[in-house]
Design a protein around this ligand. Sequence first.
Ligand code: NDP
Ligand SMILES: O=C1OC[C@@H](O)[C@H](O)[C@H]1O
Length: 410
Amino acid sequence: MALVTQMITNLHQALTGPYTPPPVKKEPNALRFGLLSTANINRSSILIPAASHPSVIVDAVASRQLDLAKSYAKRHSIPKAYGSYQQLLDDPEIDVVYVSLPNSLHYEWAKKALLADKHVLVEKPFTTTSSEARDLFRLADQKKKVLMEAYHNQFHPASHVVQEIIASGKLGRVIKTTSSMVVPNLAIPANDIRWNYELGGGSILDEGYAVSAPRFFLQGLRPEIVSACARSFKKDGRLDEAMEVDMNVKDRDSRNVECRVMTDLARPYVAGIIPRFWESPVFEATCEKGKITFTNFIMPHVFHSIQVTDENGKTETIKAYEGGPKWKNTGESWWSTYRYQMEALVDKIRGKEPAHWLEGEDTIAEMDTVDAILEKSGLGKRVGKVQPSEETVRIEGEMLRRPDPVAVAA
Ligand SMILES: NC(=O)C1=CN([C@@H]2O[C@H](COP(=O)(O)OP(=O)(O)OC[C@H]3O[C@@H](n4cnc5c(N)ncnc54)[C@H](OP(=O)(O)O)[C@@H]3O)[C@@H](O)[C@H]2O)C=CC1
Ligand SMILES: O=C1OC[C@@H](O)[C@H](O)[C@H]1O
């Protein structure tokens, strides 16, 4: 799947902008990024965006195999290659670590990266359980490091336009939403990490975009799960090949919105025999006075359309590849979701207010929702690996021993 993502993103870069973005001169104090793994997604998410960011140098890559790290580094002109993830974390020149490992390894390596005093960008899903997510944000707070989940689509101008239309209330309040992300059957190879329970596979974790969409676009609260129906993976019944969820999300005015979520890693063929075309991920909001349909809400940089239908049935189609309510004059029409995300990440690390930010509490709400969906479906939430680290215990211990300022003042 990441290969597909990468192919589409690369094609987009080739068609709409420079394939190799304009070589920018790097600032002398540019942030040095280290990649934890040679994952397919690295190219779209970090390597291409970094080429056009003056404050980012991809300085190192680590792999479980040194040979692989070396050949990857050579292919992508990365100066340093390490044969273990820990070696990269031990490199004092690395400022930011990007965790693109299988989902069940995100927690362990994001935690080790924070303990090594790095800022950390973690691929989605952030972790496999919400307690892992809470633990990481607690640690990031203590270490005063920037930590974020890479929900890149939330950084694109088109996403902000949809948020803004909903918040404006011009179509009245939202009554219901649907969000879907589906992949045709057999598109994901049998040995992919998405089919592996131990590695954190399954549709709800991989395609969590559809879960986060209603809360993001409504700027709403943590959902209440009404029902969740899983289609189990035949080769491993613990895994959800697909999931259909009905949940209630409170909008910004605490009004209830009925939200339907569909994820599918192997959408069956029509009548079992006719292969399906790739279906674009869609977010749709039915409002009191119209409807908004955001097609391709996950990769809006490749293409997207925002169709707004008013109460008279008149439809306007909006596109927003740059600008929008948050980015204003920052950005280029060829910037991908990942490039906007990188801009925000660098700003945050530099202490500058980013145009958009994905807060820890949003990631925790997302992981709480994933836990609740898995519980409701009967599959049960994932096991996770939370263990307070030595460091966390030490820092918490120090905080406990610190005199209570209120008591001292009295
Ligand atoms: N933001 C986005 O658009 C996308 C995000 N993702 C997310 O990125 C992450 C990586 O996905 P993707 O690029 O498809 O993954 P890949 O399968 O391409 O890469 C995962 C990497 O993890 C390392 N790894 C460590 N342990 C294992 C193991 N036991 N089995 C397999 N690989 C292992 C390997 O690197 P090495 O051998 O070098 O150690 C491998 O290359 C996932 O969390 C996924 O959800 C994926 C696609 C798109
Ligand atoms: O993050 C992702 O985005 C694109 C999907 O194709 C992929 O499965 C997923 O991991």
